[in-house]
Ligand binder design. Structure first.
Ligand code: ATP
Length: 311
């Protein structure tokens, strides 16, 4: 759980990013998004497909340049980092992907995949030391020495994801962005990977930005949750506040959406249940703290309504 004295590790302020700016297919993927992530916490970021979650994750890793706004990591503005600082930052911040098959180099053995991470971390070349370190990494993710000489295609989906996690850990990061790390896995395996991530966080004091399209997926791991809708952060609070006392109509629609394996049907269901009129009245909305730590994107009138509803 989040330590009340924890310091801010990532601070995102007024982040805006538009793809294809000035062109016909201009797309504001992130619109004035602000939130902080504290050291040692898990921040769950949820929203439907296309809401901007991956764009935000990639921006935090400086894989995209924001149009405006700032992102700091341990107090340093990542947009202003020079080559050396950027190298250090890239080691401290790692990503785990949705599709472990695609993110692992299929031509390398597990040992060599982890070796790449050790190279990035500047780990000594000594063969015996490396063998031991690879074994340690495998054990950290519930695998063993027998797995070291095998290739990614020889593993199940859950095991591949464990290798992806070990690859990220090889670099000794402080902060991990997990972009839908369990969405592609069988339901029976999802809980195992979530438990592994929780254990690793406990053992190594990691900070997570955990991205998912479904609130249920982030519920168990997250200290706080942010909800993205069409590039805007519409609600932010503790997992308890967002899950049990959702205020914004979009969050409520996410909570009521019936899990549906077919993404087209899933989308149709959500469009039906969510009334987007709040965005069509042309009124300005801003993030307002309705109760301590619980923010919602709202007009002053809506804030009064939300406060009344809580009484
Ligand atoms: N490189 C890109 N060029 C142009 N548009 C992009 C690019 N990447 C994403 N987009 C658009 O930006 C919006 C946000 O996409 P993003 O991938 O961040 O959403 P997401 O919430 O992660 O969705 P998903 O769950 O499907 O990954 C979408 O409308 C998407 O089509």
């Amino acid at each position: 759980m989040q330590n009340p004295d924890a310091k801010k590790q990532v601070a995102i302020q007024n982040l805006t990013l538009t793809f294809n700016k000035g062109k016909k297919n201009e797309n504001k993927a992130l619109d004035n998004v602000s939130f902080d992530i504290y050291e040692g916490e898990t921040f769950g970021l949820v929203g439907e497909s296309g809401s901007g979650k991956t764009t935000l994750g990639r921006s935090v890793l400086k894989l995209y340049e924001p149009e405006s706004g700032s992102i700091t990591f341990d107090g340093q503005d990542i947009t202003k980092m020079k080559r050396k600082e950027l190298g250090d930052f890239r080691r401290q911040a790692q990503m785990i992907f949705q599709d472990p098959q695609a993110s692992l180099n299929g031509r390398l053995t597990v040992s060599n995949i982890l070796g790449e991470g050790l190279d990035e971390a500047g780990y000594p070349k000594d063969k015996e030391k490396r063998r031991k370190k690879v074994l340690e990494l495998l054990q950290m993710v519930g695998l063993n020495e027998d797995h070291a000489s095998r290739y990614p295609h020889e593993f199940s989906g859950g095991q591949k994801q464990r290798i992806g996690i070990a690859r990220a850990l090889a670099v000794k990061p402080k902060f991990i962005i997990a972009d839908e790390p369990i969405s592609a896995l069988d339901v029976s395996v999802q809980a195992q990977v979530v438990n592994l991530l929780a254990q690793l966080q406990k053992d190594h004091g990691l900070t997570y930005l955990f991205i998912a399209h479904d609130l249920a997926m982030v519920k168990y791991l997250s200290d706080r949750i942010g909800v993205l809708h069409w590039g805007k952060l519409v609600e932010l609070g503790t997992a308890e506040q967002v899950y049990n006392h959702a205020l914004h109509p979009y969050t409520k629609s996410l909570l009521s959406a019936v899990p549906e394996p077919d993404p087209v049907k899933e989308k149709a269901h959500r469009v039906e249940t969510y009334d987007p009129s709040f965005e069509k009245d042309g009124q300005e909305r801003e993030m307002v703290e309705v109760e301590p730590g619980h923010f919602v994107l709202a007009t002053p009138e809506e804030v009064v309504k939300y406060k009344d509803a809580q009484r």
